[in-house]
Ligand binder design. Structure first.
Ligand SMILES: Cc1ncc(COP(=O)(O)O)c(C=O)c1O
Length: 1017
């Protein structure tokens, strides 16, 4: 450098003008420009052209001048449209001229002037910095393949030599400053220097400082040019971005944002690699370290050269800012700016959690979505709860919240991810990334419940850390867990504001199985001074220590935090509908139903529920509350079963026609369905509803017997057409019913629980059947005979009544002897619901002549079937064609096949039996404790609990049954009431009901009985 100073050219303007005329035949006014080691003049010719004349330092090695020249020439040839200086030939056609003064040879070069204002003198908008990145990217892209021996020079400004700064540390007087630089140097030695040789290298500009970058005077978001290739060299490509970003960050309120804008622009023109972007933060810092140490060393050697210190003060300021940042977060921002994941695997973690949400165990006692929940009002700065919390009065905040919960019937408070909050008032919430900014966006998920509420890990984990954070408004007891599920990158979960008991129970390295206790929500004295809640947060960056994980982040970088610390709602089991409430309000729907639909369209509950999604055993309402569905027996194998949805979608996307054309599905399905039945039942027909199936059964019956007389059970329901209403005492006997038709003969419900006390139990079947014998005898007395007997194999509307042994055998025998046929309505009870058998009639040891099916057959898809004998089918074949537009279409049959596959493949009949037995046992123990439970009955997952006000008289406890069904609904469990007195609790949960689901139902029933009976006194 000393040599350079001695050979710095110092030509007068007149001398320079003479050189210009001599070598370039140009005449113009010259204006000197700043230069550290050369002499530069701006040349304005009379005709409006503008150039720069450079007189090169005499000490500059020839190879460097040649390199500069070659570089300018290459740029001119390969990127003629780029706004960079373009080389002007000398009069003799050379790229350079030379002149000698005082024995020193100087080279002269003339290049075009690039118009614009130095970026240093303009504001650095994101647009300008993005444009700078693009320009540098285009420039470097134009240099691809360019090489010159001069590019391999040794420069302290070469990022690879940044470690040399260590040797200059001694020139930095302040020990703290020196320590700061040492920290960056240590990081450089440890994690950057070893990786630099592996990175892509190329010839780069290497000095895009804001004096070398020009901005368009008319558009401050556009870079108009790049000048001064004096520091160009062969170096890692990423250094280009790092250097530009280091200068752009000086005095910038958001230096990482500035770097991100440059990286984003550069990446668009010259795609960066992840491993390059991962080093960017350190390289930016090291450019500054190089700069301040060179300045310090030069100051030590050169008195008072203001140019040397030009960027020293802001460089120090920026270094201090960078030192305060977490490099992982800065790198995440930079990665995101280039379209990479904020941390490798972040997106895979988020999608794994969504994809595997059904296998996650409840974090609270019950699935979080099952609690009536509401938002905690921290998003409202003026709310008394927010105000008390921010003022450090957690008990007041808690009282406000408890009162709100009590009034609204809320059990779980939710503080959502991403919420803007004003509660974070302390110094610790000042942003380290963006000046004059606070961190306000909540990056965890808060679950508010009483202190002492236990929280469990939904997924197996290893304890990463357990600690107590003492800061006011900190976390209190804080636990970090590490999860490494198969097929998912590892991730952390952070559990804050817990009670201190966890500290003595857990330690780093402990293994927690899924469902294991993590801790308890702490009281304000233990939890950092908050109303009791859990702060749950996911970190996809597993290298962060618990206390480094940002619980609250800058709004500006919310998209970055969303990947680094994704919303834990799904992990915690909260339904998305809790946040995204769409669709028509309840009142509007109720009003429109009244206006547009039949007014007597049936609806459940005084305050109806609006469901928007079904998933397995759960129905989710429009506020995200999940209800355990123990009632709807249509979704037999669980709501939205993927196998059914898939089969339906695939066939619907391929072909749907009707039975006038050949198709595999209908015969495949008929084959599979009849295979589940006794061999006599060999012929199938398909329809669209249970009613249609029953109507078809009646046509078959008439064709075969030529008769009309019906024997049906009391309180039965068989369908919605008029002829079926006429056979349904439940309808024709009640409101709006037209009474019993002459051809309809109603037999008593063979309900053992209400049988005369004098009847021995083993005779119930025969005794009830006598009633049918009487009906037949009465017909016979009139010269008539029954055409058929129609009954559900387990009468459901009548109150989940299990037929006494031998009943159907006896009745079927009598009906057949009288010339009738026997029809089993399996619309509710078929398809393995009873567990022990495929079909409920099998439990009675009979084979019907016709079986009708509906509801569960298509798991919600409108499908129904009739299966009969060959003889009856032959009778029906009387010349009239049978056609049903939709019945047996390829889509419906595909659905039917999928349902059978799942029942068989997942052994759901066995499950129904096991879980049914578990429930029955629990109900029976309840019966011992609650007088009101008169009878518990069920088989598989077809269950009833009859409530009585007097066990001796068996008088119905209708009001209590209604209160229990409503109470269960309030607690998130759906069941119905049934029977002539509406006093039988009716449950028909999906066949996939698990032991955990059953225990949930049992717990809710217990709670409800307790509450209802306490109220009833
Ligand atoms: C036993 C029974 N049979 C037939 C039907 C009629 O079925 P769908 O409503 O599909 O026409 C029902 C409906 O509730 C039923 O419970």
């Amino acid at each position: 450098m000393n040599d350079m100073l001695k050979t710095t050219p110092d030509f007068t303007i007149e001398e320079a003008q003479a050189l210009l005329a001599q070598h370039f035949a140009l005449d113009g006014s010259l204006q000197p420009l700043d230069s550290e080691r050369d002499q530069n003049f701006k040349v304005n010719t009379g005709d409006g052209r503008c150039y720069i004349l450079k007189i090169v330092n005499g000490a500059e090695p020839e190879i460097e001048s040649d390199f500069q020249t070659a570089l300018l020439k290459h740029a001119g040839e390969n990127a003629g449209d780029l706004p960079v200086p373009h080389l002007q030939p000398t009069l003799s056609g050379e790229n350079l001229a030379t002149t000698t003064r005082r024995g020193i040879v100087h080279r002269l070069r003339l290049v075009t002037w690039v118009p614009g204002t130095p970026l240093a003198q303009s504001d650095r908008s994101d647009g300008a910095l993005h444009s700078l990145g693009r320009m540098l990217g285009r420039f470097d892209a134009s240099l691809k393949g360019f090489m010159h021996a001069g590019a391999l020079r040794d420069l302290d400004w070469d990022i690879r030599n940044a470690g040399r700064s260590a040797g200059r540390l001694a020139y930095v007087a302040d020990l703290q400053d020196r320590a700061l630089l040492q920290r960056f140097l240590d990081r450089f030695d440890e994690r950057v220097a070893p990786r630099l040789p592996m990175l892509r290298s190329a010839v780069i500009h290497n000095d895009a400082n804001d004096w070398n970058v020009l901005i368009d005077e008319d558009d401050h978001d556009r870079i108009s040019g790049i000048i001064d290739f004096g520091d160009a060299l062969y170096a890692p490509v990423i250094a280009e971005v790092a250097i530009a970003a280091a200068y752009a960050g000086l005095d910038h309120p958001d230096p990482i944002g500035a770097a991100a804008a440059i990286a984003n622009g550069y990446h668009a023109e010259y795609p960066l690699l992840e491993e390059e972007v991962d080093l960017l933060f350190d390289l930016i810092a090291m450019r500054l370290v190089t700069s301040v140490t060179i300045s310090a060393s030069r100051r030590a050697h050169t008195a008072d050269n203001p140019y040397l210190a030009i960027s020293e003060r802001p460089a120090w300021a920026l270094l201090r800012k960078l030192d305060a940042m977490n490099p992982r977060f800065s790198t995440a921002i930079l990665r995101k700016a280039c379209g990479f994941e904020t941390v490798a695997g972040a997106r895979a973690v988020a999608s794994w959690i969504v994809g595997n949400r059904k296998s996650l165990l409840p974090l609270l006692d019950r699935p979080a979505a099952a609690y009536p929940a509401a938002l905690v009002p921290y998003g409202d700065p003026a709310h008394p709860m927010t105000v008390s919390s921010a003022a450090g009065r957690p008990h007041d905040a808690q009282s406000v919240w408890e009162e709100q919960c009590r009034r609204a019937g809320v059990e779980l408070g939710i503080g959502p991810w991403g919420e803007a909050r004003t509660v974070y008032s302390g110094e610790m919430f000042v942003s380290r990334l963006v000046e004059e900014t606070r961190r306000t966006r909540h990056l965890g998920l808060d679950l508010f419940m009483a202190a002492g509420t236990q929280v469990h890990t939904p997924l197996a984990a290893t304890v990463a850390s357990v600690e107590i954070e003492k800061d006011p408004l900190g976390y209190g007891c804080l636990i970090a867990l590490r999860h490494e599920p198969d097929g998912c990158p590892p991730f952390l979960t952070l559990w804050g504001h817990l009670a201190h008991e966890a500290v003595s129970r857990l330690k780093a390295g402990d293994r927690l199985e899924a469902g294991a206790l993590v801790g308890e929500m702490g009281a304000p004295e233990e939890n950092g001074g908050w109303a009791p809640h859990l702060h749950l947060q996911i970190s996809t960056d597993t290298s962060l220590a618990a206390t480094d994980i940002l619980g609250v982040g800058e709004e500006r970088y919310l998209d970055v935090w969303a990947e680094l610390f994704p919303d834990a709602s799904t992990f915690a089991g909260i339904a998305p509908e809790f946040y995204d409430r769409s669709g028509r309000p309840h009142e509007d729907i109720i009003r429109q139903r009244k206006e547009l639909l039949l007014p007597n369209l049936s609806i459940s509950y005084e305050k109806p529920i609006k469901f928007v999604r079904g998933e397995g055993v759960w129905l989710i309402d429009d506020r995200g509350r999940a209800y355990l569905d123990c009632f709807n027996n249509v979704c037999h194998i669980g709501h939205a079963h993927p196998a059914v949805v898939d089969a339906l979608a695939r066939q619907a996307g391929t072909l749907n026609t009707n039975t006038r054309y050949l198709h595999d599905n209908i015969v495949a399905y008929a084959e599979r369905l009849t295979a589940t039945m006794p061999k006599e039942l060999a012929v199938a027909a398909f329809a669209n509803s249970g009613s249609e199936a029953n109507s078809l059964a009646l046509r078959l019956m008439r064709a075969h017997t030529g008769k009309e007389n019906a024997v049906v059970l009391d309180w039965a329901y068989h369908g919605t057409t008029q002829e079926l209403i006429d056979l349904s005492a439940y309808k024709f006997r009640r409101k709006g019913g037209k009474g019993q038709k002459p051809h309809v003969h109603v037999a008593a419900v063979p309900d053992s629980y209400h049988a005369p006390a004098a009847w021995p139990l083993e005779e119930h079947g025969r005794r009830f059947a006598e009633n049918v014998a009487e009906l037949i005898a009465a017909m016979r007395a009139r010269g008539e005979a029954p055409g058929f007997f129609l009954a559900e194999s387990v009468p459901s509307v009548a109150g989940q009544v299990f037929l006494p042994d031998g009943y159907l055998k006896e009745v079927y025998r009598m009906i057949r002897e009288a010339g009738g046929v026997c029809i089993a309505d399996e619309v509710q009870v078929g398809f393995g619901r009873v567990g022990s058998h495929w079909w409920a009639f099998e439990t009675q040891g009979v084979v019907p002549d016709i079986v009708t099916m509906g509801k569960p057959i298509g798991n919600g898809h409108p499908l129904a079937a009739v299966v009969t004998t060959r003889e009856i089918a032959a009778s029906f074949d009387n010349g009239m064609e049978y056609f049903n537009t939709f019945g047996g279409n390829p889509v419906s049959c595909a659905v039917g096949l999928a349902v059978l596959d799942v029942i068989e493949g997942e052994d759901l009949r066995r499950n129904a039996l096991d879980i049914g037995n578990h429930l029955l046992a629990a109900f029976r123990t309840m019966q011992e404790r609650y007088e009101v439970i008169g009878d518990v009955r069920g088989l598989g997952l077809f269950l009833g609990i009859e409530l009585v006000s007097d066990r001796r008289t068996r008088a119905p406890a209708t009001e209590i049954a209604r209160a229990v069904a409503n109470g269960a609904r309030q607690r998130g469990v759906l069941m119905g009431t049934e029977g002539p007195h509406d006093n039988v609790l009716k449950m028909r949960p999906p066949m996939i009901f698990s032991k955990r689901d059953a225990d949930h139902l049992i717990a809710v029933l217990e709670e409800t009985f307790e509450a209802v009976l306490a109220r009833a006194g």
